[in-house]
Design a protein around this ligand. Structure first.
Ligand SMILES: NC(=O)c1ccc[n+]([C@@H]2O[C@H](COP(=O)([O-])OP(=O)(O)OC[C@H]3O[C@@H](n4cnc5c(N)ncnc54)[C@H](OP(=O)(O)O)[C@@H]3O)[C@@H](O)[C@H]2O)c1
Length: 276
């Protein structure tokens, strides 16, 4: 099927690279997940973002195996869930995830949340380092880590995550954390890049979308990619899935970027990682 150009590859500090746009699979119902992940691949996505929590790793694996594409042309991310923190628990959870995927290698494995109340994320990180050293996962990273969580795992192990996947959108641009990522050589990946769709009706976006002949979702995604952020929008129809990849053929100007910057409120759609 003709599709928009593939998303650019963003280099990672470990020498690998990740497609800048991925298909986010949180709340993609299990009955639809294989079909929608396959549609995303058919429409030009080369990156799927799932997690043990989402219950659709098996369906993502089916879409990868049946895509007809060489395995190294697709990038698959999963995440270890909060209940599986700890060294041995994480190794077991990884084996279980790979059984569900039906794949022999994962591209990126993340700690889903630091869960400071359990305080086991350093041991969880040590397990990810081992999985990477054994070649079972190509790259390792974290999700929902504040700077102090990042510093703790780096100090304890000497291993720096290549990605931190955090809530990020125009309401919550994560300026300080992004600057810290830059210092540490960590790529920023935005979850809920559309603020779960809630900011798309904002009147600030409408004239910008009209000016470029694009949708508000495309404007928000173009704002992300202009900053070099990796994005993983979720959508439930092939039309929206295609629309969300087609964000590289126009460019926001300085006025557009300033108008979008005015949307910052600090509001989160999810919880603060320090409050669990
Ligand atoms: N690491 C973490 O803790 C974490 C947490 C949350 C999410 N994530 C990841 O981030 C991904 C994306 O986050 P998210 O699903 O929470 O939110 P999101 O991608 O910001 O927004 C998804 C919502 O926007 C709507 N939407 C998508 N494309 C649209 C378009 N072109 N026009 C109009 N509406 C559109 C979707 O509607 P329809 O579905 O009805 O099309 C859905 O309601 C997740 O799927 C998951 O992979 C990670």
């Amino acid at each position: 099927m003709p599709h928009p150009p593939l998303a650019p590859m963003i280099p990672l500090a470990d020498g690998r690279a990740i497609p800048q746009v991925g298909y986010g699979m949180y709340k993609v119902p299990v009955g639809d997940a294989a079909r929608l992940a396959a549609a995303a691949i058919d429409l030009g996505y080369r990156h799927l973002d799932t997690a043990a929590l989402y219950g659709n790793e098996a369906e993502a694996g089916v879409a990868v195996r049946e895509s007809g594409l060489p395995r190294d042309e697709l990038f698959v991310t999963s995440k270890v869930w909060n209940d599986d923190h700890g060294y041995d628990e994480t190794l077991r959870a990884f084996d279980d995830a790979m059984d569900r995927f039906g794949l022999d290698r994962l591209d990126l494995f993340l700690i889903h949340w630091p869960v400071p109340s359990r305080d086991r994320y350093v041991d969880t990180w040590r397990a990810l380092v081992r999985l990477r050293d054994e070649g079972r996962v190509s790259s390792i990273g974290v999700s929902n880590f504040h700077l102090h969580h990042l510093e703790r795992i780096i100090d304890a192990t000497g291993a720096t995550p290549v990605v931190n996947q955090v809530e990020l959108h125009p309401w919550l641009p994560q300026r300080e954390l992004r600057a810290a990522h830059q210092r540490l050589g960590i790529r920023t990946e935005a979850w809920s890049p559309l603020a779960r769709g809630r900011l798309l009706g904002d009147p600030v976006l409408e004239p910008i979308a009209a000016k470029h002949g694009r949708s508000p979702a495309q404007v928000v995604l173009a704002w992300h990619v202009a900053q070099g952020t990796i994005v993983i929008p979720k959508a439930s129809s092939p039309e929206r899935i295609a629309e969300n990849l087609d964000v590289f053929s126009f460019r926001l100007d300085d006025d557009d970027l300033a108008a979008i910057a005015s949307l910052e409120t600090g509001e989160r759609t999810g919880r603060d990682p320090d409050v669990d």
